[in-house]
Ligand binder design. Structure first.
Ligand SMILES: [Zn+2]
Ligand SMILES: [Zn+2]
Length: 139
C-alpha cells in the first residue's frame, strides 16, 4: 500500500525544514531504503556539500525520537535508518552482505502464549527472515 514519503510527512507535521534537514529527509526516500549513517551522509552531501556528519547524526536521532525514522540493526551489521518508521513491518535480511528488504507477511501474526510472557507488557513483535541474497549465493 502506498504511504506518504518521509519528507511529506515531516512537512505535514510542521517540522521546521532547514536545508540540512531537507537533505537528510530526502536521502531517505523510497521503499526498501535502509541506509547507514555514512550512506545518508553521502547522499545528503551530494545535495548539500557543506553538511557535516554530526548534523546528519543529530537529525537522524531527532527523526528516530519523533517516530518518523526507524533504526534497524541485525546481527553484527551497522545501524541502518529507514523512512518507514510509523508503519510496522518485518524484514528479509542477507546474512552475508547485510542487505535488508521490507516484507509483508502472508501468514498469521505470531502470538506469545501467556505462560511465556513472564509478566511483560507486550509492545510488538517482529519477524526476521535470514538468508543469502542471489548475489551472495552466486559467489
Ligand atoms: Zn547478500
Ligand atoms: Zn524496513
Amino acid at each position: 500500500m502506498p504511504h506518504p514519503l518521509l519528507y511529506d510527512r515531516l512537512l505535514a507535521r510542521g517540522w521546521r525544514m532547514t536545508a540540512q534537514r531537507r537533505a537528510v529527509a530526502q536521502a531517505l526516500v523510497g521503499d526498501h531504503v535502509h541506509l547507514t549513517a555514512d550512506e545518508v551522509f553521502r547522499e545528503a552531501q551530494a545535495a548539500l556539500p557543506e553538511i557535516s556528519l554530526a548534523t546528519v547524526y543529530n537529525t537522524l536521532n531527532d527523526l528516530v525520537g519523533m517516530g518518523e525514522v526507524r533504526e534497524v540493526s541485525y546481527d553484527r551489521g551497522p545501524m541502518r535508518y529507514e523512512p518507514n518508521g510509523p508503519r510496522p513491518h518485518d524484514h528479509l535480511v542477507c546474512v552475508e552482505c547485510g542487505e535488508i528488504w521490507d516484507i509483508e507477511l502472508a501468514g498469521p501474526v505470531a502470538e506469545l502464549p501467556e505462560p511465556q510472557r513472564r509478566g511483560y507488557e507486550l509492545l510488538g513483535v517482529e519477524v526476521v527472515f535470514r538468508g543469502r541474497c542471489p548475489r551472495c549465493a552466486a559467489r
